[in-house]
Design a protein around this ligand. Structure first.
Ligand code: NAI
Length: 246
């Protein structure tokens, strides 16, 4: 279904990003697993893909760095000729109440989560226009739709992704390029491991399906948006949240 496609997945060393990389590869894409800190983790993703019969490489780059993202995109196009699917998944949290939030906590979260999406999209869009096609999928969050106490920085960055996605969809649509966002709810990963039992219970109460989701459930939605089956879907925010934001 994605045979012959080159996919770049940011933050693909673990969690949802790893599952997205595995799922796209399973469906036939050649996957570039981007990472910042842990090369080892990214290599584990690549190994898991190869073990399952797929093809992948890892590539280190901090998505918050505009120049480095430009280099990454340029090098990948030189090496592989085209990039067909971009999944902006890399993200961080630095939670605290607004009145206690440091400037650094705000800036760094916005830099990785929101500017990271801008950086890759900015550098890839010219190539996608030349190709007259491509799929961009940005990982937002249900928190970007609902807001969340203690996460003003994170929610602002994830809401920003929605505006960025819709604007890019409007700019690039006439050349056959689709741009969509996926907004996961509560998904079991390292990011949410720190939640107290109480916080988890309170959240699960708000979820119509009464359970947290899996990284695979997010990855399947991303793979759908990356496929031709979703060829007429653009500018959308698909919630994968068990009905949390209904
Ligand atoms: P995670 O913390 O397990 O994985 C995030 C990945 O991003 C890590 O591999 C990390 O190394 C990478 N990363 C962080 N900063 C980076 C940078 N500057 N450059 C390149 N890579 C970088 O988190 P998880 O849960 O897998 O989240 C993935 C995405 O899904 C994030 O954007 C997150 O905000 C979003 N999300 C997660 C939810 C959850 O419940 N786990 C809910 C809603 C959204």
């Amino acid at each position: 279904m994605l045979n012959g496609k080159v996919a770049l997945v940011t933050g693909g060393g673990r969690g949802i990003g790893r599952e997205i990389a595995l799922t796209l590869a399973e469906k036939g894409a050649f996957v570039v697993v981007n990472y910042r800190g842990s090369e080892e983790k990214a290599k584990e993703t690549v190994e898991a893909i190869r073990h399952a019969g797929g093809t992948a490489v890892s590539y280190g780059c901090n998505v918050a760095d505009f120049t480095d993202c430009g280099e990454m995109i340029k090098n990948l196009i030189e090496e592989y000729g085209h990039i067909d699917i971009l999944v902006n998944n890399a993200g961080i949290t630095k939670d605290s109440l607004l009145m206690q939030m440091s400037e650094e906590a705000f800036d760094s979260v916005v830099d990785v989560n929101l500017k990271g999406c801008f950086n890759t999209m900015r550098h890839l869009s010219r190539q996608l226009l030349k190709q007259k096609g491509g799929k961009i999928i940005n990982i937002s969050s249900v928190s970007g739709i609902l807001g969340n106490p203690g996460q003003a920085n994170y929610c602002a960055s994830k809401a920003g992704i929605i505006g960025l996605t819709k604007s890019a969809a409007r700019e690039l649509g006439s050349r056959g390029i689709t741009v969509n966002a996926v907004a996961p709810g509560l998904i079991e990963t390292e990011m949410t491991k720190g939640l107290s039992e109480n916080a988890r219970k309170t959240l699960e109460e708000k979820i119509l399906l009464k359970r947290s989701g899996t990284a695979r459930e997010v990855a399947e939605a991303v793979a759908f948006l990356a496929s031709d089956a979703a060829g007429y879907i653009t500018g959308q925010v698909i919630a994968v949240d068990g009905g949390m934001a209904v």
